[in-house]
Write a protein that binds this ligand. Structure first.
Ligand code: SAM
Length: 238
């Protein structure tokens, strides 16, 4: 969402070169992902449009186009690009979808989904750490994503205010699939969620038109834990 004329504006030669280097690394990263993942055009183009270096702290910017998770402070990470790509593909996102994300972090994954669902769709993304919710809001504002709303709450309860959702994505590992999330998923909807403690498995969950739940395992993953009422209790004062 950064316009051509906005690029390089008010910058010195070194800053312009730095930006060009980042752009080259960005394109290379997405090409590399496409070489070993089944990456559809929608996800590929969205990931090319979202500048990941604008969603990480300054000290991580040079590493933004490496395919690995990066520190975003508060003991949390921005997921590796391949994981964002895999989860977005599994979600089968379409233009106009209303999506709930649990675990805003930097706001990057929300921005990628915001690109795919477009102006007729919307992303509601829930974060429990206030400093990260604010960090994500800043990142989304400066990159121009108006179809993403950041909510500060315990996402293990979902976000009933705007339910039901076409799609739900959980970007932290849950001990089990939280009932409120199943309730807030539309019939015909898809949820992607990592489940487990030490050994975690990514699940694709479908709710059919009769409201029946179908789960498929999609491989082992490593995520930070979902904390909260329907999450892990460790690290929570209560
Ligand atoms: N999607 C993020 C991005 O694009 O940067 C990365 C998310 S990070 C791997 C997981 C996030 O889940 C952390 O920011 C963590 O604070 C958050 N989290 C953990 N438990 C939560 C809960 N109950 N509600 C909302 N967010 C939670």
């Amino acid at each position: 969402m950064i316009s051509e004329e906005g690029r390089g504006k008010g910058k010195n030669k070194r800053e312009i070169e730095e930006e060009e280097n980042l752009e080259t690394m960005h394109r290379r990263l997405i090409d590399n992902l496409g070489a070993y993942l089944l990456l559809g055009d929608k996800v590929r183009e969205a990931m090319l449009r979202v500048p990941r270096h604008k969603f990480v702290p300054e000290y991580e910017q040079r590493a933004a186009y490496m395919d690995r998770p990066l520190d975003i402070g508060h003991g949390q990470t921005i997921s590796a690009p391949h994981m964002v790509a895999i989860m977005c593909e599994l979600l089968e996102l379409l233009e106009g979808h209303k999506v709930l994300e649990i675990g805003t972090g930097s706001g990057y994954n929300a921005a990628v989904m915001g690109e795919i669902v477009g102006q007729n769709g919307h992303i509601y993304t829930v974060e429990r750490i206030e400093a990260l919710a604010n960090f994500a809001k800043e990142n989304l504002n400066k990159t121009g994503y108006k179809n993403v709303t950041v909510v500060l709450e315990d996402g293990s309860m979902g976000y009933s205010e705007c339910a039901p959702y076409d799609r739900i994505i959980v970007t932290c590992a849950a001990p089990y699939i939280p009932e409120p999330l199943l309730e807030q998923l539309k019939s015909g909807g898809i949820m992607v969620i990592p489940v487990g403690d030490y050994f975690q498995e990514l699940y694709k969950v479908k709710k059919d038109i009769k409201g029946r739940i179908h789960k498929k395992r999609k491989g082992e993953v490593i995520f930070v834990p979902l904390l909260g009422k329907h999450g892990f209790r460790k690290g929570l004062e209560c």
